[in-house]
Design a binder for this molecule. Structure first.
Ligand SMILES: Nc1ncnc2c1ncn2[C@@H]1O[C@H](COP(=O)(O)OP(=O)(O)O)[C@@H](O)[C@H]1O
Ligand SMILES: [Mg+2]
Length: 282
């Protein structure tokens, strides 16, 4: 199997600040790959480049072997560009899909700060994600308003809620759920778009230790059931070391290490990057 995702020389520069610097990494299909690093390292920014929230200043992102995002420094950014490989993509066409188009290709994500429709029910949070996804899809549009299609979506929504242990809460408002369950609801909503690749940005943030342990098993289960590839950002080191097949470590936007958990754990640069950083503010 190939790579679900490949970042090549990705640089994201905001004004004069380089938040992601010449990042190259591979996320193999059906594996769980982690991106870790101290607070402010550029992890969420990398996810934002993958999901179309930001257009990277330079570099290319391939999804399922096809170029999906590509850019090179232009205009003002060309004058201030501090990254590497400024000329590498100059002659290639720019590719800048919208977040919706990227979701449509099969990439879903959750957010570091949970984003739910808080005043809607648990059930509607997932159902509406399904509707929105169906609208992106020309084939589904033919069936819009079709009762059978609506029934199927409701059944699939219920199935996702059962799987997440959320069925008992289906009529409650999303905002009323405890934090750990809100995180699960966000994952259910991401799965509602039938992704091939799931990006999780600090999925254990705010979870208690028991919920964190359960999360590791749960992520593996959904990976297997939905034939997913998982790319996650996480600062709970126990979880990262337990769950990841492969880990990339970045600091100040640049890769400082990569390897299997055993290698990364004893890497001197990684230990130094984390020194003096308490678990709570990573
Ligand atoms: N839209 C933006 N404009 C300016 N700077 C940004 C923007 N988004 C992120 N940054 C900066 O990029 C750096 C990396 O942030 P982030 O990717 O959130 O780090 P991490 O997720 O690793 O904690 C930070 O210095 C942050 O302030
Ligand atoms: Mg972040």
């Amino acid at each position: 199997m190939g790579n679900a995702l490949r970042l090549e020389n990705i640089t994201m520069q905001f004004g004069g600040v380089v938040s992601v610097n010449n990042l190259t990494l591979e996320v193999p299909e059906h594996k769980i790959t982690a991106l870790i690093g101290p607070n402010g390292a550029g992890k969420t920014t990398a996810f934002n480049c993958i999901t179309g929230v930001y257009q990277p200043t330079n570099g290319q992102i391939e999804f399922m072997g096809q170029p999906m995002v590509r850019n090179h420094p232009t205009g003002k950014a060309a004058k201030t560009y501090k990254g590497e490989n400024a000329d590498k993509y100059l002659k290639e066409p720019v590719l800048a899909p919208t977040p919706d188009q990227i979701t449509g290709l099969g990439i879903a994500r959750t957010f570091q700060n949970i984003r739910l429709w808080k005043s809607m029910t648990v059930f509607d949070n997932v159902l509406i994600a399904k509707h929105q996804h169906a609208k992106q899809n020309v084939f589904s549009a033919i069936f819009r308003g079709n009762m059978a299609e609506e029934k199927r979506m409701r059944e699939e929504t219920m199935e996702l809620l059962v799987e997440q242990g959320l069925d008992a809460y289906k009529d409650e408002l999303a905002v009323s759920l405890p934090y750990g369950l809100q995180r699960r609801l966000e994952i259910a909503r991401a799965l509602a778009t039938n992704p091939k690749l799931l990006l999780l940005d600090e999925p254990a943030a705010g979870m208690n230790p028991q919920e964190t342990i359960e999360l590791a098993d749960f992520v593996r289960q959904i990976r297997d059931k939905y034939q997913l590839t998982v790319f996650l950002i996480e600062h709970h080191m126990d979880l990262v070391m337990n769950i990841s097949d492969y880990i990339y470590v970045i600091d100040f936007g640049s890769e400082i290490a990569q390897g299997i958990p055993e290698e990364v754990q004893k890497n001197q640069r990684v230990i130094e990057a984390y020194l003096g950083v308490t678990d709570g503010d990573q």
